[in-house]
Design a protein around this ligand. Structure first.
Ligand code: DC
Length: 240
């Protein structure tokens, strides 16, 4: 059983809001663990593709999710100032870090993430990341479902145009070639699926702090979150 006295900062929001990078940096700044929950859905999609399991076969996909042989190897020691450093991810002992980031994998992940049995199968694995001294959890339902008792909940958004622009820059940097209008279309489609599904839809819970990062730098958002954390009651309790 994960220890619920261990603090969690839940950071939810749509694709491309900067959540991933920002959550990684916040975790590094605090010296906490980091959960990239989207990577788990991407891993299920990749495992399904490798084992030729149809994305409609919910029961088999849930079994795959439950028994994923996946590992996250932190590269936080490689960080330079205010840069998030992605973990290396392995699936069945093979490095799949790059494959996980492809548009094809993102699309398939969005489909498997809409399946209730898959979401339930991934709950314990996500909660196992709650290890001292704390956890920064990045996803869509961190504050609403997986860590509903999180000490601090952030809902990070940005306009679809800004998100497409950022994703374009990120993919180009990784040597992948895509155009902005297509990215906008794909982001809007994934938003609609992530927000419209019946189970754990992407939504800001009432106790989340809303941050629109459209006109903010990564550094500004990180600073906002760190100062919100400095002022959360949970933090004061642990200090007294
Ligand atoms: O954050 P990401 O792009 O890596 O997420 C991949 C897909 O998984 C995306 O369509 C949303 C979904 N997802 C989810 O439903 N719940 C989460 N906690 C994390 C991601």
């Amino acid at each position: 059983m994960p220890d619920t006295s261990i603090p969690v900062i839940a950071i939810d929001g749509p694709s491309g809001s900067g959540k991933g990078t920002i959550s990684q940096i916040v975790a590094q700044e605090l010296g906490w663990n980091f959960l990239d929950s989207g990577a788990l859905y991407r891993l299920v999609a990749l495992a399904a593709q490798q084992q030729r399991v149809s994305l409609d076969n919910e029961a088999t996909l849930a079994r795959l999710a439950l028994h994923l042989n996946a590992h996250f190897i932190s590269n936080a020691h490689l960080k330079t100032e205010l840069t998030g450093v992605e973990a290396t991810v392995t699936l069945d002992d093979r490095d799949v870090t790059r494959e996980l980031r492809s548009q094809e994998c993102a699309e398939a992940a969005s489909r498997v993430a809409a399946l209730p049995e898959v979401r339930v199968a991934l709950l314990d694995r996500q909660r196992a990341f709650r290890v001292a001294p704390g956890l920064v959890a990045d996803g869509r339902d961190m504050g609403s479902v997986v860590f509903a008792d999180a000490a601090l909940k952030i809902f990070l958004t940005a306009s679809v145009e800004e998100r497409a622009f950022r994703r374009h820059k990120q993919l180009i940097g990784k040597g992948m070639n895509v155009n902005i209008p297509l990215l906008e279309q794909e982001l809007a489609g994934r938003d609609a699926r992530d927000c419209g599904r019946s189970i754990a839809p992407l939504k800001a819970v009432p106790d989340a702090v809303l941050i629109d990062s459209s006109n903010l730098s990564i550094k500004e958002v990180v600073q906002d979150i760190l100062s919100l954390w400095q002022n959360t009651p949970f933090k004061s309790q642990t200090l007294t």
